[in-house]
Every structure is written in structure tokens, then in C-alpha cells.
Write a protein that binds this ligand. Structure first.
Ligand SMILES: *Cc1c(COP(=O)(O)O)cnc(C)c1O
Length: 360
């Protein structure tokens, strides 16, 4: 079997060009006579790789000088703890619960202080984004927390919450680099890269400098204190070297494709093809409120569990893989990240039409 159309929510599809380049450089990275996997993270060659990666993501996201870019480990899930440990001066924070990942972050924060759920869409299985224009944010909250794109449920904050002056912390794991972003609206932006940027094992945290402090919660592990890594340019210990190298290649690929403006156009085009079909289909239905639809993760159902199963199996046999919905919600989910080509979505819709005709 050749390459499939991989609709996995993560780890997910990467640009073929990037994979080929990495393959070419596998045995001998630029005349060093070794793979990046075998290289000291203190070497000149590696120093260039990580510096260039940082330079490129700064350029892509237009990251102001007063924000640090940290390449970390532990996945997004470890930042669920790092966020309160580094930011909870007053031991209080406001959380907006729009799905499993936000809920996990909220539960983790409760270990370190008072995490207050100021809004939630749990009442309708997280199928929408609550109105966050006038929330009851505690006076002494250290930050307001969101999961900006809900990977499992397929919703996205198209308007950021009114934080009433508090710093916004956003988990952007599944929408990282999918469209332009105004970094100045956030205190912290972070995400695991395995959804839209690179291989699992790297998490990128973009943090405003004044939020990188020495006075973290007592007991904070050295490795979870952002200042440790900020002071060492992400090289306090051995970083996930190979993963960062691939991320760097993906940054170059996005730049070549025209940057985040072009990514947005590309992603809107793909999502429209799929959503337009779901809106006209008599068999398949999207599961979230239209105004809150994600460009990255598109969940849908037939309304019949057996038919869903049949669809997933037949699709896989045709080379459209990983369309099964998250184990907690069932149905289907097509994740159509940056690296998913338009043809992948067009062909998927073609297949869905055929399946619909055969199963009407
Ligand atoms: C996948 C995902 C996570 C968890 O990431 P890990 O790297 O596995 O810890 C957290 N948040 C969001 C939004 C995700 O999509």
C-alpha cells in the first residue's frame, strides 16, 4: 500500500516533502556524517537547527520580542500542571470548559489552587462554545484558561473570551499554525506539536516574558519551571532533538506555502468542502453548532452506530484511514490539518457520496 489519506486527530499527517527531506538526511545530516538523532544537542549543527526553528516560528506567528518561545517535553498534558505552577500567584484561576482537554487542565489546576469553572458547554456534550463576552471572572484570578480548538468535539473559539483584563492562557494543540494569530492577546500560547506541526514529544510554549518568574509555586519541579528553560534557550537538559528538527522543517514548509494567511485559505477551502457536503447530505450530519465549527477537526455521524462502523471500515479499505470518532463520542471525525491536501478531502467527500447512495 502506498501513502493513505490519514485523517488521524494526532499524531497526524505531515507534509510528504518534509518526510522525504528527513529521509534524505537520515544517514548524513549536511555533511556531519551522522543523523540528527545521533547528534549532541550542544553541537554547532544542532544549535543551528534549534535557533533556526525558533526564528522561523517567530516569523510565521509574528511573535513580539517580549515573548519567549520554549521547546519543551511532556506533551500538552504536562503543561496542564506547569500553567498553574508558574502562574498561580493568588492561587486562583478561571477555566472555560469546552471539552475533555479543557476539563483535564481544569482538574489538574485544582491540585495547585482554586480553579473556577466560569463557563461550560458540558450541558450539550460540548457541541458549542459558550458566550464568553461577560463572564464572572474572579477579581483575583491569575489567568483565564481556554482550549482554543476542541480536538475531540470539533469546536473552536472564533472570538476570544473577554478576560476582564486577566492574562489569557490557551492550549492551541490542534489549531497551532492553522491561521494567523495575534500573539499579543495572550499571556501564554502552548500546544503539543503532534496534531499540526511535527512528531509527538515536543510541546511549544510561547510565553510573555513577565509571566516567566522565579516565584513559582513551592515544590515546582525544576523542569516544570518555565524560567529554567527560558534561561537556557530550551537547552537546560537534552531537548527532544529530532522532533524539533522536524518541526523546523514544517515551519519552512509553511513559509514556502505562503505563511499562515495562506494556511488559513487552504484550511477554509478544505473545511468548506466537507461542511457543505454534511449540510446537504441526507445520511451524514455534523454534530456541532455551525457558528463554532473547527477548521481542523470535523466530527459527524449517520445516526446509526452500525452504519458508522460500516462506513469507517469501508473508508479504510479505500485508503481513508483513522476516521473513527474519539472513543468517548463515537461516530466519525475527519481531522484535516495543514498537511492534509485538498484532494484528500475532495476524494473523501466523493467516497461519502457513494456510500450514501449505496446505503440510502
Ligand atoms: C491532543 C491534545 C492534548 C494532549 O496532548 P498530549 O501531548 O498527548 O499531552 C491536549 N490538548 C489538546 C487540545 C489536544 O488536542
Amino acid at each position: 500500500m502506498g501513502r493513505v489519506y490519514n485523517f488521524s486527530a494526532g499524531p497526524a499527517v505531515l507534509p510528504e516533502e518534509v518526510l522525504k527531506e528527513a529521509a534524505d538526511e537520515m544517514l548524513d545530516y549536511k555533511g556531519t556524517g551522522m543523523s540528527v538523532m545521533e547528534m549532541s544537542h550542544r553541537s554547532k549543527a544542532y544549535d543551528n537547527i534549534i535557533k533556526e526553528a525558533e526564528k522561523d516560528i517567530r516569523e510565521l506567528m509574528n511573535i513580539p520580542d517580549n515573548y519567549k518561545v520554549l521547546f519543551l517535553q511532556g506533551g500538552a498534558s504536562q503543561q496542564f500542571a506547569a500553567v498553574p505552577m508558574n502562574l498561580m500567584k493568588n492561587k486562583k484561576a478561571a477555566y472555560i470548559i469546552t471539552g475533555q482537554w479543557a476539563k483535564k487542565a481544569y482538574q489538574e489546576a485544582q491540585k495547585y489552587g482554586e480553579a473556577v469553572a466560569v463557563a461550560s458547554s458540558a450541558d450539550k456534550t460540548f457541541s458549542y462554545i459558550p458566550d464568553c463576552s461577560d463572564l464572572d471572572i474572579p477579581e483575583d484570578a491569575d489567568y483565564v484558561y481556554i482550549c482554543e480548538n476542541n480536538t475531540i468535539y470539533g469546536t473552536k473559539f472564533w472570538t476570544l473570551p473577554n478576560t476582564k483584563g486577566k492574562d489569557l492562557v490557551a492550549d492551541v494543540s490542534s489549531c497551532f499554525l492553522s491561521e494567523p494569530v495575534d500573539v499579543t492577546k495572550y499571556g501564554v500560547i502552548y500546544g503539543g506539536v503532534q496534531k499540526n506541526i511535527g512528531p509527538a514529544g515536543v510541546v511549544i510554549s510561547i510565553i510573555r516574558e513577565d509571566l516567566i518568574r522565579d516565584d513559582v509555586l513551592p515544590g515546582t519541579p525544576t523542569m516544570l519551571k518555565w524560567k529554567t528553560q527560558a534561561d537556557a534557550d530550551s537547552l537546560y537538559n537534552t531537548p527532544p532533538c529530532y522532533g524539533i528538527y522536524i518541526c523546523g522543517k514544517v515551519f519552512k514548509w509553511i513559509k514556502k506555502m505562503g505563511g499562515l494567511e495562506a494556511m488559513k485559505v487552504h484550511n477554509e477551502k478544505k473545511a468548506k468542502i466537507l461542511y457543505d457536503f454534511l449540510d446537504e447530505s441526507k445520511l451524514f450530519k455534523g454534530t456541532v453548532e455551525k457558528k463554532d465549527r473547527s477548521l481542523m477537526n470535523v466530527p459527524f455521524v449517520t445516526g446509526d452506530e452500525e452504519l458508522d462502523k460500516k462506513f469507517v471500515a469501508e473508508a479504510a479499505a479505500e485508503g481513508f484511514v483513522n476516521l473513527k470518532g474519539h472513543r468517548t463520542v463515537g461516530g466519525m471525525r475527519a481531522s484535516i490539518y495543514n498537511a492534509m491536501p485538498i484532494e484528500g478531502v475532495e476524494k473523501l467527500v466523493e467516497f461519502m457520496r457513494k456510500f450514501e447512495a449505496e446505503n440510502a
